[in-house]
Ligand binder design. Structure first.
Ligand SMILES: Nc1ncnc2c1ncn2[C@@H]1O[C@H](COP(=O)(O)OP(=O)(O)OP(=O)(O)O)[C@@H](O)[C@H]1O
Length: 402
């Protein structure tokens, strides 16, 4: 009998590789040519030009839907400026954080702070224990001590507004006005937002200094996405390993909503991996479709795993009593609490949690009119139950319920 591990290793060694350079499909890769973003590249460069003259640029707010090249353009412009100014006399440092990935304001500031200091000195920005204003003081000192010209890129800055409102600390204001405190070095803030309504929710004082300049990134069309893909394919794949129809399908699937280049490149990479694993000679339509399905499932799994225990129990209750009323689901939830020896929450809280989960789209609710008995809501799972089981299988409290 052939050893299954050896078989896989043999196949991988003898099999054809479809990729020439996988790195090119990684999200951190900066391509030489940025297609269909001439205007945006010009505007971002103009806005950051003062750095070239060793002066501080205005804060900048960049808008556009996800995957429209905002981060890419900003990074490329800054890299080019740094290439031109003498690094020793004018070090430009790009700091990057995504506000959506952080659950607290503290976490976000620590992440930025750690990018300012040398490796090994992370203790200056500990993961707990400092006050927000102390972290901010340390950020300012780190900039001053090294006379750094920092550009803080805060992606999905609309989430920072949420973190700020949760903590009650007006960091926004401090960040946008940091230069007034700095004796040496500088801090320019580039906020990137996917949400066009975000501005309306800002304090006018913050807004006026954050959006000293504004640039809007328009959506890519399907044919633009196709050209971006073709350019990337040339660098990433061995020639003639992707069927033209698969490229068209990939562009169409990613262009449907608003032309998301990130989704298109991710789809392509995953489809390439699936095709290679199957020892296929080409990436075909079916590989793109399966890649899309995998991405969807991964997204759902991440969303499911991010819930606290009682929300997870509630999702399982909906799964078990699929299509039932709020009252019946509460009953099912209480049973699951008993089995797992958890203290049940009140029906009121559970009803509220159901609405919150419904908003994320993992379950859907339908109002049912019951004549003189008023109305109730019936909930059902919008996911495949197998996805839920797979996501929760490593949770020790839940494993017996699956
Ligand atoms: N015009 C383009 N040419 C080549 N690659 C592109 C282009 N636009 C975007 N990409 C690629 O698409 C991916 C997403 O781009 P980017 O991270 O810049 O998007 P974004 O607008 O900042 O999205 P988000 O707001 O979600 O962070 C990256 O891998 C980037 O290299």
């Amino acid at each position: 009998m052939i050893d299954p591990i050896d078989k896989l290793l043999d196949d991988a060694q003898s099999g054809k590789s479809l990729f020439k350079n996988r790195e090119v499909l990684h999200f951190t890769f900066i391509p030489d040519v940025i297609l269909h973003r001439e205007d945006e590249q010009k505007k971002v460069t103009q806005s950051l030009l003062p750095l070239l003259k060793k002066a501080r640029p205005s804060n900048l707010l960049v808008y556009g839907k996800p995957g429209t090249g905002k981060t890419l353009v900003v990074k490329k412009v800054l890299n080019k400026i740094q290439d031109r100014v003498n690094e020793a006399s004018f070090p430009i440092q790009l700091l990057y954080a995504n506000a959506k990935e952080e659950t607290t304001l503290y976490g976000l500031l620590i992440k930025l702070g750690r990018q300012l200091i040398e490796k090994g000195k992370e203790k200056e920005f500990p993961t707990t224990g400092l006050s927000i204003s102390e972290i901010f003081n340390r950020i300012i000192s780190a900039i001053e001590n090294n006379t750094l010209n920092t550009v803080f890129v805060i992606d999905e800055i609309d989430y920072l507004a949420e973190l700020v409102s949760k903590s009650g600390k007006d960091v926004f204001y401090s960040l946008t006005r940091a230069n007034e405190r700095l004796k040496k070095g500088s801090l320019t803030l580039i906020g990137i937002s996917n949400d066009l309504t975000f501005k309306e929710r800002l304090d006018p004082r913050v807004l006026s200094s954050l959006s000293e300049e504004e640039i809007v990134f328009t959506n890519y069309t399907v044919s633009q996405i196709k050209e971006i893909l073709e350019e990337r394919i040339r660098a990433a794949f061995i020639p003639n390993t992707i069927e033209q129809s698969a490229i068209n399908l990939c562009a169409a699937m990613s262009g449907q909503e608003h032309g998301d280049a990130r989704r298109a490149i991710d789809l392509l990479r995953i489809a390439g991996e699936i095709a290679e694993r199957e020892q296929s000679d080409m990436v075909k339509d079916e590989h793109i479709r399966r890649a899309a399905q995998k991405m969807e499932e991964d997204k759902e799994t991440t969303a499911l795993n991010s819930y606290p225990l009682h929300e997870k129990l509630l999702i399982l209750s909906v799964m078990k009593a699929n299509g039932s009323t709020t009252g019946e689901i509460y009953q099912s939830y209480k049973n699951l609490c008993k089995t797992t020896r958890q203290k049940e929450l009140t029906q009121r809280r559970v009803t509220q949690m159901l609405s919150e989960i419904e908003m994320t789209g993992l379950i859907s609710g339908k109002i049912i009119h019951q004549g003189m008995h008023g109305r109730t809501k019936k909930f059902s799972l919008t996911l495949n139950p197998e996805t839920v089981k797979k996501a929760f299988k490593d949770d020790l409290v839940l494993e017996d319920l699956l």
